[in-house]
Design a protein around this ligand. Structure first.
Ligand code: ZN
Length: 135
């Protein structure tokens, strides 16, 4: 598997509107706009940082995965996303190595990226996302 870089860090927040001033006004990062991924019940906002990005995640429904995460653990760091060259090949390789996958096949995430999550039980509790996109 070829990991190209850390694509982004996902941070769960109660409100993107309230959270974004830290990233923009305080840190001076650009805000690339918001996007809602209906299937995941989440609105995302991206803030580019060099070769990577910060992704703020706000739930659109009380039963969404981000709402459940905040309920259990509070706001904060939620996942790390690695950009891979070929997501199918990466998932097949991880599966062969005994890593449990939340997504056996890629789905479409924010920005049209193809993404898949690994099971945190096999990654020391860190939710790991693989993502393949070309920009
Ligand atoms: Zn992500």
């Amino acid at each position: 598997m070829k990991i190209l870089k850390i694509d982004h860090l996902g941070i769960a927040v109660n409100s993107i509107d309230q959270a974004k001033s830290f990233w923009t006004d305080v840190l001076g990062l650009p805000h690339e706009g918001n996007e809602t991924v209906t299937e995941q019940k989440v609105t995302t906002a991206f803030f580019p940082v060099g070769e990577s990005e910060v992704e703020l995640l706000e739930s659109t429904a009380p039963d969404g995965p981000v709402a459940k995460f905040i309920e259990k653990r509070g706001q904060g760091f939620q996942h790390v996303a690695f950009r891979v060259e070929n997501i199918e090949a990466a998932l097949a390789e991880l599966k062969a190595k005994g890593i449990r996958l939340i997504d056996e096949t890629p789905r479409i995430g924010a920005g049209g990226a193809r993404i898949a999550f690994l099971h945190p039980k096999d990654t020391q509790g860190v939710l790991v996302e693989l993502c393949e996109r070309h920009d």
